[in-house]
Design a binder for this molecule. Sequence first.
Ligand code: MN
Length: 244
Amino acid sequence: MSQVPQVIAQLVAANRILANQGIVDAYGHVSMRHPENPNRYFLSRSLSPELVTAQDILEFHLDGEPVHPGGPQPYLERFIHGGVYEKRPEVQAVVHSHADAVLPFTISDVPLVPVIHTASDMGLQIPIWDIRDKFGDTNMLVIDMAQGRDMAAGLADHRVVLMRGHGFTATGRSLVEVVKTSVYLPRNATIQLQARMLGGSVKALTAGEIAIRSQVSPTATQMWRAWEYWCQLAGTDTGPAPKR
Ligand code: MN
């Protein structure tokens, strides 16, 4: 039986969670790789995530072309998703966000680092990609595959990439994992900023701590527990439970 209806239900729930948690607002988006065809992904039509229903989910080739042409207007920045899926075969889900708390770290030479255990999924190092480096003055948006691929090159093997003056793109081995990373990344940014305001030095998680925490399966029970909670807050169905 096709997993596609399940994946679409989960993707709808992810849209609602990210809106409810303030990670996306009018803008921002979340996608999932097609479970049966790694050369395709699912992403809403151009719509604020709070409003997304199953009928709004479109299927795309990795180059950003819709599988069914002539449909509704897609997101201008869908190339973020294809760029990442093309470069990183293990990535199953991608979030793009403009969350305020992260933005200072996209324009500062003080690096965003993991400082709270709940944000360990962000990884030890978070690169900053600056669209200006390769493309000069632009509207700051990732509007074609060349820009999507360049952003993915900036992401390299990391879990998250910051986008200068714009936001972040996060990756996950599962949809639940990338939602969790995206929820806790802005909180980590706020805590790191607050700790710096106290003066003195700030301690980050170590590579060893991150490695130990990353041993948790992205579909483990404790991940599903968070998903159920966020769905309840967002007033949305959980979608089917991921395979354990
Ligand atoms: Mn954007």
